[in-house]
Design a protein around this ligand. Sequence first.
Ligand code: ADP
Ligand code: MG
Length: 369
Amino acid sequence: MTEEQILKALEAVMDPDLNRNIVELGFVQNLVIGEDNSVSMELVLTTPACPIRDRFKEQCERIILALGASSAEVTLSAKAGRVSMPEVSESFLNDVTHIVAVASGKGGVGKSTVTANLAVALSLSGARVGILDADIYGPSMGVMFGIDQAPAVYEDKTISPVLARGGISIVSMSMFSDSDRATIWRGPMASQMIKNFLHRVRWGTLDYLLVDFPPGTGDIQLTLTQECPLSGAVVVTTPQEVALADCRKGLSMFDSVGVPVLGVVENMSYFICDKCQKEHYIFPQGGGERISKTFGVPLLGKIPMEAALASCGDQGIPGVLYNPNSVSAEVFTQVASEAVRKISVFAAMASESLSTFRYTFEELPEESL
Ligand SMILES: Nc1ncnc2c1ncn2[C@@H]1O[C@H](COP(=O)(O)OP(=O)(O)O)[C@@H](O)[C@H]1O
Ligand SMILES: [Mg+2]
């Protein structure tokens, strides 16, 4: 049994998203054949949150054993491939592999709830995760994670994020004593604060940094999309969403800077009754589907309304941590793994041409809106 034979056999293992085999993709590394015919190898995936990593591992082990190895040891690791992005000089963002925007057309749709719970779901899957709460007029990560601590500020005016529940590194306007004054800030001051958040935070090494965008498409959002090398965006909406125009603006904002929209998350899709566990559809349905169809972006999932989810937010423990067996936790976990899968696909394709994956809004027939 030679190294070549093993590699040849491992070519049978395909990555269903990238549509190539794991050898070709360079996932197989540090292949060692011991004197006793034992085989060990490392499988370096594009994301630590790979939803099928266990299947990969099992397939590889089976193939190696079938070749006659006395034992097969496959260790999993991940090195996220980065989408080609504008260089941000002198920024601590350079050690952050993927920055993902969480955005919405309007406030109150549960954007922050989605951000917090996706972050926790990713962290539980083994990724290093941070949250930049960029909603400086309505910061909520402090409350959602129960943070009462201020970040460390260094002499060079850089700061460290606060390490919160679930191992999430967080920076939020709510951590600063003058956060109340932010509500009266004018555009330029707010944009300056956002730039500080982007460039003066010592994030350290992160796999995913989720950015809780302010709702809508104002100055701050534009600053963020221009200065932040985003790998993709998740758009949060509700089933009763009627204003496709808001959503269209948001999507075209990302489109104009070449940021792929990973998909839409519909929040508060239905209500699960604590008593009878039945699903009740309170709002008119179909908002998420309509956006998905109209704009050609995937619907990543539908989050139910749960009384516990709202109270977790108030208690400072994201639902996925507090109530991991809830329906919402399950959906958040699925949405997180689907989103990072999409990121990996876009990252892999980026070198070829990202532009082919972008929707050109000028091409949208008006009547479809
Ligand atoms: N799926 C849900 N079930 C129950 N309550 C929710 C859900 N999503 C959001 N909420 C609650 O709705 C309110 C608004 O959510 P939030 O995440 O702050 O919205 P946004 O950031 O879009 O303004 C919060 O009180 C939150 O706890
Ligand atoms: Mg919010």
